[in-house]
Design a protein around this ligand. Structure first.
Ligand code: FES
Length: 254
C-alpha cells in the first residue's frame, strides 16, 4: 500500500480535471483582492445617500463622505478604508476554510488529493508567518463589532432623509450583512465560543441553542465564505456605480 511519502514523491497520476478547483480559487480570490485594493485606494464614490460601502464602514475620519465615528484627526489624509481593512482581512485570511483553499490553490500544498506538494518538505503552520494563523479567534473578536456596524448601515439604508423607503441598494445592503452574519457566526471559533468548549449542555439551554445555530451555519461554512465574499464586492460595486451616476437606484420612499 502506498504511503503518504510515496504519493508525495510520484508525479500526478490523476486524469480528471483536478486543476480546475485551484484555478477557480486563484481567479476568484485574486480578483477579489485586486478589486478591493482598487476600491480602497480610490477613496471616492463609496457613499450614495443613504448607502455606505462596506469597504469604508465604519468611516473613522472627519474627511469621510459619511463619517460613522470620526475618531481619527484630520491629520490622517489617506483613504479611510485602510483604517478598517485589517479586521475583515485578518478574519478571512486566517479562516480555516480559506486557509485550506489558498494553501491548495496558491501554494500547491497540495493542490488536490493525491497530487504531490509543490515543496518536498511540509512544515505546516509551525513557523512564521503561518504561525500567525493562530490569531483567528482574536480576528473573530474584531470582526463582530464591525459586523454590528454593518447592520447599523443596513438599517440606515432604509432611511431616506428621515423617511422610510426601500431602494434596490437597501435590499443589497441588507442581503450583504445577512450573508456576512452567516459567515461570521458559522465560524469554527464562533461555534466554540457559543458552547463548543463545554463538556455538557445540561442546564444551559440557551447556550445549546446558540451552539446548534452555529453548528447549522458551520455545516455550510464554505458556501457562506464564497457568497459573502461576492456580497461585499457586489455591494461596493452597486454603490460605486450609483455614486458615479452610471446606474440609477430604484427606490420607493413613503
Ligand atoms: S473558520 Fe472560517 S471564519 Fe472562522
Amino acid at each position: 500500500m502506498a504511503t503518504i511519502a510515496d504519493v508525495r514523491q510520484r508525479p500526478a497520476e490523476r486524469k480528471d480535471r483536478w486543476w480546475l478547483e485551484p484555478v477557480v480559487i486563484v481567479t476568484v480570490l485574486g480578483g477579489f483582492v485586486i478589486y478591493s485594493f482598487i476600491a480602497s485606494v480610490v477613496n471616492a464614490n463609496y457613499f450614495f445617500d443613504p448607502y455606505l460601502s462596506p469597504f469604508y464602514s465604519p468611516c473613522l475620519t472627519p474627511g469621510c463622505a459619511h463619517p460613522t465615528l470620526p475618531t481619527i484627526g484630520s491629520w490622517y489624509t489617506l483613504s479611510p478604508a485602510f483604517l478598517i481593512v485589517g479586521s475583515p482581512l485578518a478574519f478571512r485570511v486566517t479562516c480555516y476554510y480559506y486557509r485550506r483553499s489558498y494553501y491548495r490553490a496558491f501554494f500547491w500544498s497540495p493542490p488536490a488529493c493525491t497530487i504531490p506538494d509543490a515543496r518536498p518538505k511540509y512544515t505546516g503552520e509551525t513557523r512564521f508567518p503561518f504561525l500567525l494563523q493562530n490569531i483567528h479567534r482574536y480576528a473573530l473578536y474584531l470582526a463582530i463589532p464591525v459586523l454590528a456596524i454593518l447592520w447599523w448601515d443596513a438599517i440606515q439604508a432604509f432611511n431616506f432623509d428621515g423617511r422610510f423607503g426601500i431602494g434596490l441598494g437597501s435590499v443589497i445592503m441588507l442581503t450583504n450583512v445577512v450573508l456576512l452574519s452567516g459567515y461570521t457566526f458559522g465560524c469554527h471559533a464562533a461555534r466554540y465560543l457559543m458552547g463548543g468548549y463545554l463538556d455538557s449542555f445540561h442546564g444551559k439551554s440557551l447556550r445549546y441553542r446558540l451552539w446548534e445555530f452555529a453548528t447549522t451555519l458551520n455545516a455550510h461554512h464554505s458556501r457562506w465564505a464564497w457568497v459573502s465574499l461576492f456580497g461585499v464586492a457586489l455591494t461596493d460595486l452597486y454603490i460605486r456605480l450609483c455614486a458615479m451616476h452610471v446606474i440609477v437606484d430604484l427606490r420607493w420612499v413613503s
